[in-house]
Design a protein around this ligand. Structure first.
Ligand SMILES: Nc1ncnc2c1ncn2[C@@H]1O[C@H](COP(=O)(O)OP(=O)(O)OP(=O)(O)O)[C@@H](O)[C@H]1O
Ligand SMILES: O=P(O)(O)O[C@@H]1O[C@H]([C@H](O)CO)[C@@H](O)[C@H](O)[C@@H]1O
Length: 162
């Protein structure tokens, strides 16, 4: 039996696009962010909650395991995509989690056409994938300040030193 949170997790990009189009037609501002979210930490949660406050619906584009391996190295991810998605989908302010296999979320962003694209302030707007597309389609691109002291890499390094 699927749970309330598991219903938020989608692999089917067309289905996700149909749902987002319905949200937008109903007048919702749809916020999109993306990431690997491996070993989810308090910085991620603070960031996602702030992102959710930028609109009515929050979608997370989640890098698949093969995508994470390509961009962060063969040791990653520590946690598989389904488990990462499960934790994210359990957050009350998250409305959808969609996997993407590519190295970047550009094709997913072009399919979903979000109102607002958000990344952490470790990126500047000029190098955020999808920013040009969202702005050209009348949307907004914003960054959110990082919470000091939290990163998946730091957590891994700390565990290695035990
Ligand atoms: N400490 C933090 N505070 C707020 N946002 C964060 C923090 N760390 C990461 N983010 C944001 O969360 C999203 C996912 O980032 P990511 O999964 O790369 O986390 P990470 O902890 O930086 O991982 P890694 O150390 O492997 O790079 C990105 O948009 C990033 O800007
Ligand atoms: O978890 P990360 O490393 O912050 O997420 C990456 O973000 C990249 C970003 O969107 C580039 O502007 C993206 O290309 C990559 O696929 C990861 O999601």
């Amino acid at each position: 039996m699927s749970t309330k949170s598991s219903k938020k997790i989608l692999s089917d990009r067309n289905k996700a696009s149909e749902i987002v189009a319905g949200w937008k037609k109903a007048g919702n501002k749809v916020v999109f962010t993306n990431g690997c979210f491996d070993l989810i930490h308090a910085g991620h949660v603070e960031y996602l909650e702030k992102a959710s406050e930028k609109g009515d619906k929050l979608i997370i584009g989640l890098n698949s395991d093969s995508s994470v391996r390509n961009i962060k190295g063969k040791e990653r991810p520590i946690v598989n995509q389904y488990a990462r998605a499960k934790v994210l989908a359990a957050l009350g302010f998250v409305d959808m989690v969609v996997f993407f296999e590519e190295d970047t979320p550009l094709e997913l962003i072009m399919s979903l056409k979000p109102t607002t694209l958000i990344k952490g302030a470790d990126y500047n707007i000029s190098n955020i994938v999808g920013a040009d597309f969202v702005i050209e389609n009348g949307g907004k691109v914003e960054t959110i300040e990082l919470v000091e002291g939290f990163s998946t890499t730091n957590i891994i390094e700390k565990i290695k030193r035990l």
